[in-house]
Design a protein around this ligand. Structure first.
Ligand code: NDP
Length: 483
């Protein structure tokens, strides 16, 4: 047996008694000079940090990506440059709307956030288990999330707010259809696909660029829960998916996904039948087939949940040479919002925390000081640029590609008002049983909603597919009257 360590205060002084506080006489009152007691109570009061405003409930694991295909004609990213190359990674899965104690089996998209610790810095692909999103401009995000959270008066979830917003934001229809389909409640985090959702840009060593979308396909197979099973499990074991991921990895049953991309030549973006940067739409697999990139395996659990999962901080703005942003308006908002959230939750030095720190790349810059600067803060090295003292130097060869812009600056909506074709395509590809469950799920969710909101939403379903609208209307005891 290893030698038992002495219990100490946070400053390292031995603690003689951790069961009885210092009191004046055996009855008390308690003495303020019991510094150990004060430190213990005060630290306990400070154990909570702000929970994430979205994606609060999550689970994480470490693993690796192994490259299985040559993709160098599209990107010069070093971690994708050779078959067989392995890059360590950390992933965090989550639900979106629920608070930190919410049940894992809620009907909700699942977060699918991957941090690749590459030799060129950390690359974060902060995706979901769905290829699209409810809205396509970040300016609508706070309003959308308010409708997913609690009513300001009752502090309860509010179906009227949810469907009011969706029915007034018909770009949500495609994602709503996925959400109420079988895939709206994945059986576990292991049994779902992941998608980068946004369009990104890849650039090769010759400076040629391409638009790209990412798909992680589960090798465990897609498995979902029925609404009834999900509700039952939420009562019996709200941490069901968290427990499943941890147990599976502990047992050596390592979950894996195949990573694929769709590649679009840059110029196609000008002529494709819809705006390929609109995150409410997918690129047809027929137009842009999936190309394998690699295999992702999760093989190690975190040792400490708070240190490694709660403090994990992903940002879609963490790119590496060869990968950069697209003009997707939702992505552009996220480039700001993620790092901003981390600065608020964890402080300005959050990237020094072990789970967030680069593991294979050296970090050299002129950032200094700030709360919780717990490394050597650059020691005595030069802290300004330009300088004559051999400080870290810029590398123009790593610049992201420049691009042309044109048009007038203005508040402009996306061109397309076709929110219906792809939602309808999805409805039509479902089997009769899947359609039946989709309709039942929607009808159950819309039952408590005001009639005018129900009617407005039914029109959207009907525009996607008349049968889709008719069946929801029938389930709600309404007749369909598409304008
Ligand atoms: P395809 O037939 O080439 O693709 C259909 C894809 O639909 C499948 O590959 C599968 O994606 C996905 N899918 C199958 N069943 C369901 C379901 N019940 N819920 C959600 N997704 C499902 O046709 P298209 O590329 O033209 O897409 C047709 C529709 O499929 C789209 O409107 C979209 O709603 C949906 N879809 C398309 C994706 C894409 O990237 N093109 C991705 C996911 C969904 P997967 O293999 O990723 O599981």
């Amino acid at each position: 047996m290893t030698e038992q360590k002495k219990l100490t205060t946070a400053s390292g002084a031995p603690v003689a008694d951790n069961q009885n506080s210092w009191t004046a006489g055996s009855r008390g009152p308690t003495l303020i000079q019991d510094i150990h007691l004060i430190e213990k109570l005060a630290h306990f009061n400070r154990e909570r940090i702000p929970e994430r405003v979205v994606h609060a409930k999550g689970a994480g694991a470490y693993g690796y990506l192994e490259v299985t295909n040559d993709v160098t004609k599209w990107t010069k990213a070093k971690f994708l440059s050779e078959r067989g190359l392995r890059t360590p990674l950390f992933i965090r899965f989550s639900t979106v709307a629920g608070e930190k104690g919410a049940a894992d089996t809620e009907r909700d998209p699942r977060g699918f956030a991957v941090k690749f610790y590459t030799e060129e810095g950390n690359y974060d692909l902060v995706g979901n288990n769905t290829p699209v999103f409810f809205i396509r401009d970040a300016i609508k995000f706070p309003d959308f999330i308010h409708t997913q959270k609690r009513n300001p008066a009752t502090n309860c979830k509010d179906p009227n707010a949810v469907w009011d917003f969706w029915s007034l934001s018909p770009e949500s229809l495609h994602q709503v259809t996925i959400l109420f389909s079988d895939r709206g409640i994945p059986a576990t985090y292991r049994h779902m696909n992941g998608y980068g959702s946004h369009t990104f840009k890849w650039t090769n060593a010759d400076g040629e660029s391409f638009w790209v979308k990412y798909h992680f396909k589960t090798e465990q197979g897609i498995k979902n829960l029925t609404a009834e099973d999900a509700q039952r499990i939420a009562g019996v074991d709200p941490d069901y998916a968290t427990r499943d991921l941890y147990a599976s990895i502990e047992e050596g049953n390592f979950p894996s996904w195949r990573l694929y991309v769709q590649i679009m030549p840059l110029e196609d973006a000008n002529t494709y039948r819809f705006d390929p940067f609109d995150v409410t739409k997918v690129w047809s697999h027929k137009d842009y087939p999936l190309i394998e990139v690699g295999k992702m395996v999760l093989d190690r659990n975190p040792k400490n949940y708070f240190a490694e999962v709660e403090q994990a901080a992903f940002s879609p703005g963490n790119f590496v040479p060869g990968i950069s942003a697209s003009p997707d308006k939702m992505l552009q908002g996220r480039l700001f919002a993620y790092a901003d959230a981390h600065r608020y939750r964890l402080g300005g030095n959050y990237q020094l925390l072990p789970v967030n720190a680069a593991k294979q790349a050296a970090v050299n810059n002129y950032q200094r000081d700030g709360f919780m600067r717990f490394d050597d803060n650059g020691g005595g090295s030069v802290n300004y640029e330009p300088n004559s003292f051999n400080g870290p130097a810029e590398s123009p060869e790593d610049a992201h590609p420049s691009f042309e812009v044109s048009g007038y600056a203005d508040s402009v909506a996306y061109d397309s008002n076709d929110h219906y074709t792809q939602a309808g395509d999805l409805y039509r590809l479902m089997s009769a049983d899947e359609k039946e469950r989709l309709i039942n799920n929607i009808v159950a969710a819309m039952k408590p909603v005001n009639k005018d909101i129900q009617e407005r939403q039914i029109e959207h379903f009907a525009k996607a597919d008349p049968e889709y609208g008719e069946r929801v209307a029938k389930g709600l005891g309404l007749s369909l009257n598409v304008k």
